[in-house]
Design a protein around this ligand. Structure first.
Ligand code: G6P
Length: 547
């Protein structure tokens, strides 16, 4: 066994001047991450794997357009891939994906200035139904979130899940070939993949990040195929969660469910002689990039556009932006708004709450029902309180581009994130990053991972409508100086714990792990044209440079 490296300390890059109000803050940057990758993983190819693709090609009025999906996971990983280069393997779910530029299911992205390769995996409707809608989102999603929805398990969904994980494994093994590669798997759709990869090529370095909570061991007991699933996950060299608490839940689950050695001191599991390190890595966003885009002219224009389109006048504005998902607590939020209007007549006619709902997972019955419930609630509350042209809630069922979203952030007096349970929640961090004016206030569920870092938000229990109604009043009435102080501190936290720090910590943890010996290269390996080594800009291949 050879070590990839001995060890090094996580030193931040030289001071970066953030033109948007955080001056001389030492923070991890794209460049610092590139240097780290170059120093320690020069010869490794980076392969990211997820269900959701970072770019979706869709037909729109006969033309192909390319969208970025509403996914915290994709939002976080895209800057990392832009910085390091490599291949991202994901399910091709867009109706125009097969006709995107490129060949053999491989398309260079981002489309306007490619920096890495997207390799699409094709699935039949039947497999997608069983694996994605069935096991992943009808079973594992409710199992892992405490939102009091019953998980549904069917054997045929599990079979589809297994089969799809095998299909992904085949694509990743092809991409890796015989070269040293670091495979970075995302989320609960691909729990069996690590073991399949290690079986197919023991020399791969395999890590996985679990973007949602891990439940306690009593809850996980209900999963009918838990032994196989845990065995799959323990193919990883490193398994990451947002919070130490989720790591602890995972270790307890393994301890209870299978014959493996769990080291509670070192946060490690040993199964059949193979060690998996389990570590917390709270995910984040590319703060600097986000903040500078939010301060740009395109966002100013979008603000004007929203003001006119929504006829906002002098209204104060509240904001919610979510996928339409029962874990996000949207009905609870609207009910607390209703209560607030009842208790605070002085705010009637003066506040508009803009709720953006991105349609999601509509083939799961629970999601369809939720969409209907929200529509009914909006109409009920609007009917109850409307007066003249004023309606308290504007519900827009749509998917927003970055500039439109940032414009709403900047317009909003407060943003409300009331998830019943959430691994992290990047909407909260995005809102804070957009507020370079240090104005606005965040109301944040204490059941999000983000609440551990953003302690200057107004923290609420989203199940407690009274407290949430009070929080809305507080957010609107907080003295400007206190609002600024809180926003400044939250921005400093997100600037510092940005997505590059997240990625750097993962690389650092991996570098401390005993990596398997690389396989000797085959004669034809050099001829294989693919996405290239970690940190393409410094490797000798002819891949697009990272900037
Ligand atoms: C969560 C998951 C992601 C997922 C996203 C959007 O954030 O952790 O893996 O991509 O939801 O859900 P979707 O099912 O549309 O990919």
């Amino acid at each position: 066994m050879s070590r990839i490296t001995k060890s090094w300390t996580l030193l931040p890059n030289s001071a970066i001047i953030n033109k948007c109000s955080l001056i001389n803050v030492n923070m991890w940057s794209k460049q610092a991450l590139q240097e780290l990758a170059r120093e320690k993983f020069r010869d490794y190819k980076l392969i990211v794997v997820s269900n959701r693709e970072p770019y979706i090609h869709q037909y729109q009025g006969g033309r192909i357009e390319c969208l970025q999906p509403a996914s915290g996971m994709a939002t976080a990983l895209d800057p990392l891939m832009r910085a390091c280069g490599g291949v991202w393997v994901a399910h091709g779910s867009g109706d125009a994906d097969r006709h995107a530029p490129g060949a053999m299911g491989r398309t260079p992205v981002p489309p306007e200035a490619p920096l890495y390769m997207l390799r699409r995996v094709w699935l039949s409707k039947e497999l997608e139904n069983g694996y994605y809608y069935g096991l992943a989102n009808g079973g594992l999603w409710p199992l892992c979130h405490v939102a009091f929805r019953r998980p549904v398990f069917h054997r045929e969904h599990w079979e589809a899940y297994r089969r799809v994980n095998e299909i992904f494994a085949q694509a990743v093994l092809e991409e890796a070939g015989d070269d040293p590669a670091f495979v970075f798997i995302q989320d609960y759709h691909l729990g069996l993949l690590p073991r399949l990869l290690k079986n197919g090529n023991p020399s791969l370095v395999v890590a996985q990040f679990w973007h949602i909570p891990w439940p306690n061991r009593e809850t996980f007991r209900a999963f009918p195929w838990k032994e196989d699933f845990l065995d799959g996950l323990l193919g990883n060299d490193l398994l990451g969660f947002h919070l130490r608490y989720h790591c602890q839940n995972f270790l307890d689950t393994v301890d209870r469910a299978i014959e493996a050695r769990v080291d509670q001191e070192r946060y490690e599991v040993t199964l059949r002689g193979k060690v998996t390190a389990v570590r917390p890595f709270p995910i984040s966003i590319d703060f600097a990039e986000h903040a500078s885009t939010a301060a740009g002219a395109a966002v100013d224009n979008e603000m004007e556009h929203w003001r006119r389109a929504l006829d906002l006048g002098q209204m104060r504005i509240g904001l919610g932006i979510d996928r339409i998902d029962y874990t996000k607590g949207i009905p609870e939020r609207l009910r607390s708004l209703d209560l607030f209007l009842e208790r605070c007549p002085e705010h009637r006619g003066r506040l508009v709450f803009v709720q953006i709902g991105v349609p999601s997972r509509l083939r799961v019955a629970e999601y369809k029902r939720l969409g209907e419930e929200i529509e009914a609630l909006v109409s009920e509350i609007n009917t109850k309180w409307s007066s003249g042209a004023w309606r308290p809630i504007l519900f827009l069922k749509t998917h927003l581009g970055p500039a439109q979203m940032m414009a709403l952030h900047r317009l909003a007096d407060f943003c409300m994130v009331s998830s019943l349970h959430d691994g992290m929640n990047l909407v909260a961090k995005e809102y804070v990053a957009s507020r370079f004016d240090e104005n606005g206030m965040l109301i944040l569920s204490e059941f999000t991972g983000a609440a551990r870092e953003l302690t200057d938000a107004i923290l609420v229990n989203p199940f407690d409508l009274d407290t949430c109604a009070d929080a809305i009043r507080r957010a609107l009435e907080l003295p400007p100086e206190e609002r600024r102080r809180r926003m400044r501190r939250m921005r400093a936290v997100v600037a510092d714990n940005n997505v590059y720090r997240w990625a750097a910590k993962i690389l650092a943890a991996l570098a401390r792990i005993e990596a398997p010996q690389p396989r000797p290269p085959r004669m034809d390996a050099a001829a294989r044209q693919n996405g290239g080594q970690l940190c393409a800009g410094v490797a000798t291949s002819a891949r697009p440079a990272c900037t």
